[in-house]
Design a protein around this ligand. Structure first.
Ligand SMILES: Cc1cc2nc3c(=O)[nH]c(=O)nc-3n(C[C@H](O)[C@H](O)[C@H](O)COP(=O)(O)O)c2cc1C
Length: 387
């Protein structure tokens, strides 16, 4: 299990770090917390301990049975996260001062252990020249800096200094602790449904949530790929850290955005549930209700997977998704051949749409593998199997 050492200093955003600990616990990390004494004046160590189901330390000289806190903790740390990081604690660490447990642990952590710092403070403190010099020192020493956000600050002012989203911190932890097996690869992923307009307020769409494609994008980035996600309308947040994120509405938008880019990518994964048909005409005005039957004339949309299958270069890997409700593997094998794809990921549309977990078959010309788990776990298995 990955061991995170969380250093907590006395920034006002400390209450948000309690939520970070809760989220890390749900992600099944092993956590230890080291707090400065000043941090313990803002929030009791008991809160962190209870929420994180973890030990909390704040005394350098609590040596028991020869267990020296700072050296023992630093030995087992896979990644060190300093959040919130005060001007004071950053200044001390940058200059090699070790006068409390947190700064002493920081001094004992090996140079090559990944380290993240999350500075949060009033804007003037952030802009302070000496502070900026100290932050630069940490960067030069290999610390990964998550820059504070701009917005409302606890002091009542508006400016740079806000604590970032905890999901960004967690994604950064995953990014820094994953093997970069997709380094130097560019991955293009499509996700979500499309919306085909009938009139200004009505449309045809489908139940795709986008979760599988967004999971693939997050994992591709973690594994070191340059990652572009083209997404239809979903309720999901942009995956943190990915390189390009393009939102589209219709099947035709998706076609245009994919065709514009696909040639620059090594791996193309078409997860999106793109509409097969679109209304032949879009009414400019809202269609009025009558008591007669109504027929909607539909025309086929462009087949993006087929077109890329025909045009792709030899060293490009093309993966299509097939959501079926019957004869899943049979249809997926036909799709693989018809579209000239390298892989088809097939699943039962009834079981997986909108869910957080999935069961899929990864089908190539010569093999069928079955993967089951959370969409992120399955995304990782797919990405590791195709290269
Ligand atoms: C209510 C309150 C909020 C504070 N918020 C911050 C902050 O967000 N960022 C910061 O750098 N310092 C902040 N400070 C100042 C630090 O707590 C102070 O510099 C302290 O000496 C830092 O100690 P530490 O780094 O050992 O935790 C705050 C102080 C108080 C009283």
């Amino acid at each position: 299990m990955m061991h995170i050492l969380l250093g907590v200093s006395s920034g006002i955003a400390i209450y948000k770090t309690v939520d970070l600990v809760s989220k890390l616990r749900k992600e099944k990390y092993e956590i230890d917390v080291v707090m400065t004494e000043n941090a313990s004046k803002l929030i009791s160590p008991s809160v962190f301990s209870a929420v994180g189901n973890c030990k909390v330390y704040n005394q350098t000289f609590d040596v028991n049975d020869g267990w020296i806190v700072h050296t023992e903790l630093s030995k087992k740390t896979d990644i060190f996260v300093l959040a919130p990081a005060t001007v004071n604690t950053i200044g001390k660490i940058a200059n090699g001062i070790a006068d409390n447990l947190l700064t002493t642990v920081a001094a004992a952590i090996p140079n090559n252990t990944p380290k993240i710092v999350v500075p949060t403070m009033n804007t003037r403190m952030y802009e302070n020249k000496r502070f900026q010099e100290n932050l630069k020192k940490l960067k030069q020493d290999g610390w990964y800096i998550i820059e504070p956000e701009v917005g409302h600050l606890a002091c009542g002012e508006i400016g740079k200094g806000r604590y970032p989203d905890n999901m960004l911190i967690i994604e950064t932890i995953k990014f820094l602790t994953s093997d970069k097996i997709l380094k130097n690869k560019k991955v293009l992923i499509t996700a979500g449904p499309t919306k085909e307009a009938i009139d200004p307020i009505r449309f045809i769409s489908n139940n795709s949530s986008g979760k599988m494609g967004y999971s693939l994008a997050r994992v591709a980035k973690r594994l070191g790929a340059y990652t572009c996600l083209i997404s239809g309308p979903t309720y999901l947040d942009k995956p943190a850290l990915i390189d390009e994120f393009i939102k589209i509405e219709s099947a035709n938008d998706m076609y245009n955005e994919v065709i514009k880019r696909y040639n620059n990518f090594d791996i193309i994964i078409m997860t999106a549930a793109v509409a097969d048909y679109t209304p032949a005409t879009v009414s400019e005005q809202k269609i009025k209700k009558t008591n007669k039957n109504m027929n909607l004339s539909l025309t086929p949309t462009k087949d993006i997977l087929l077109e890329i299958g025909q045009k792709k270069r030899k060293n490009q890997i093309l993966i299509g998704f097939a959501a079926e409700t019957e004869d899943i593997i049979k249809y997926a094998k036909e799709k693989l051949l018809n579209k000239n794809a390298d892989f088809i990921v097939a699943n039962n549309a009834r079981d997986v749409m909108g869910k957080d977990s999935t069961k899929v078959y990864l089908i190539s010309k010569n093999s069928v593998s079955e993967f089951e788990g959370s969409k992120e776990e399955v995304a990782e298995k797919i990405l590791k199997s195709i290269i």
